[in-house]
Design a protein around this ligand. Structure first.
Ligand SMILES: O=C(O)c1ccc[n+]([C@@H]2O[C@H](COP(=O)([O-])O)[C@@H](O)[C@H]2O)c1
Ligand SMILES: Cc1cc2nc[nH]c2cc1C
Length: 338
């Protein structure tokens, strides 16, 4: 479906008007959960996840049968600053790998029965190096937001947004610093595995980007334009579109959460339909999750990106929904409820 915006201002307006969860379905799921054959609260956070999911799906006894994994890829001009352990060509090479089924995310998608689509966003036209000026024009960032929005299948019942983009942990660190403050070093980690000299170059690039773009960054969406990448903007567009369709979202690692943070800073409650799938091993992800007030479902030491940590958490969500919708109540099973 065509995205309902053609400018950043229209996207901002659109965010403010997005729907909330269905309170009645949420309350009915909560009531059903209290009657299931287990001591109250014994399924811990699985119960909260299932009730939350039911509210967003508008059903007291929901199903989770059509998870969609979206991978967006983009190239970054800031790689000229020597900020990644890998060359920029790896972005396009990994897109080919996704298309041939050879990446980790292909196996995770298959494991959890998810559909997966890969959207390579103008890989031959990297963003501008943000240490020299804004990464994107308004047309560039709006095109990427629209690509993300339009990639969401309205028939999906769960969305995972993932990314591929050499250099994008530098972009994500700069976005997080611009949105939440603190020093460049607080938000800069090793990404694909830069050495100490690489980490110093990366921290300097983040600091330079913040200074160079300060005057332009008058809103969270302008931060996205100045410091982001196309795949980061596309994830933001997809997360917003999922909200429009009342589809719950599982957030992935550091880069995905930087995209999500742009929405959270643009409109209060914009991430109420999203949970954090995992805590990545990228140094600043824990700090970013705290800023977003999101508790990760898993913490497995992953630092891959491509939606992998969120895809793993699909399994947890499936288990949560299966328990809520499939378990017997005390009355049905003839079990004494104490
Ligand atoms: O998801 C994460 O937290 C994460 C942490 C470190 C690296 N990555 C992935 O690695 C790439 C970016 O790393 P870098 O070092 O090139 O900035 C990009 O393709 C991401 O998917 C992803
Ligand atoms: C090989 C490779 C695979 C990736 N997947 C996501 N980011 C990545 C970065 C590299 C370098």
């Amino acid at each position: 479906m065509p995205a309902p915006f053609t400018t950043l201002t229209e996207f901002q307006d659109c965010l403010v008007g997005l729907p909330d969860m269905d309170g009645e379905a949420n309350a009915a799921a909560n009531d059903r959960n209290s009657q299931l054959t287990k001591p109250p609260g014994a399924l811990g956070r699985l119960e909260d996840l299932a009730i939350w999911y039911a509210g967003w799906r508008g059903q007291a006894r929901p199903t989770l049968m059509a998870p969609q994994i979206l991978i967006f890829a983009g190239n970054h001009g800031v790689t000229a600053q020597g900020v990644s352990a890998f060359p920029a060509e790896v972005t396009a090479q990994m897109v080919a790998n996704f298309e041939h089924g050879g990446a980790a995310i292909n196996q995770l998608a298959k494991t959890f029965g998810a559909t997966m689509q890969v959207h390579a966003l103008e890989l031959d036209r990297p963003t501008q190096d943000f240490t020299q000026g804004p990464a994107m024009s308004e047309a560039d960032v709006v095109d990427a937001l629209r690509a993300g929005w339009e990639a969401v299948d309205p028939g999906a019942d769960l969305v995972v947004t993932g990314e591929m983009g050499i250099g994008n942990t530098t972009s994500a660190a700069a976005i997080a610093a611009a949105l939440y403050g603190g020093d460049a070093a607080d938000w800069t980690g090793r990404g694909t595995g830069v050495d100490d000299a690489g980490l110093a170059r990366k921290t300097a690039a983040v600091a330079a980007g913040l200074v160079r773009n300060a005057a332009d960054m008058t809103s969270a969406l302008e931060v996205l334009r100045c410091l982001g990448g196309r795949e980061i903007a596309a994830m933001a567009g997809a997360i917003a579109a999922a909200r429009f369709h009342r589809i719950p979202v599982i957030l992935d690692g550091f880069i995905c959460c930087a995209a999500a943070a742009v929405l959270a800073k643009s409109s209060n409650g914009a991430l109420d339909h999203a949970v954090a799938g995992h805590q990545s091993a990228e140094g600043a992800h824990a700090r970013l999750l705290e800023a977003l007030d999101k508790q990760p479902i898993l913490s497995m030491g992953l630092r891959l990106g491509e939606g992998s940590g969120a895809a793993l958490a699909i399994g947890v969500m499936q288990a949560a929904v299966a328990c809520l919708s499939g378990m017997a109540t005390f009355a049905e099973a003839g079990v004494s409820d104490g």
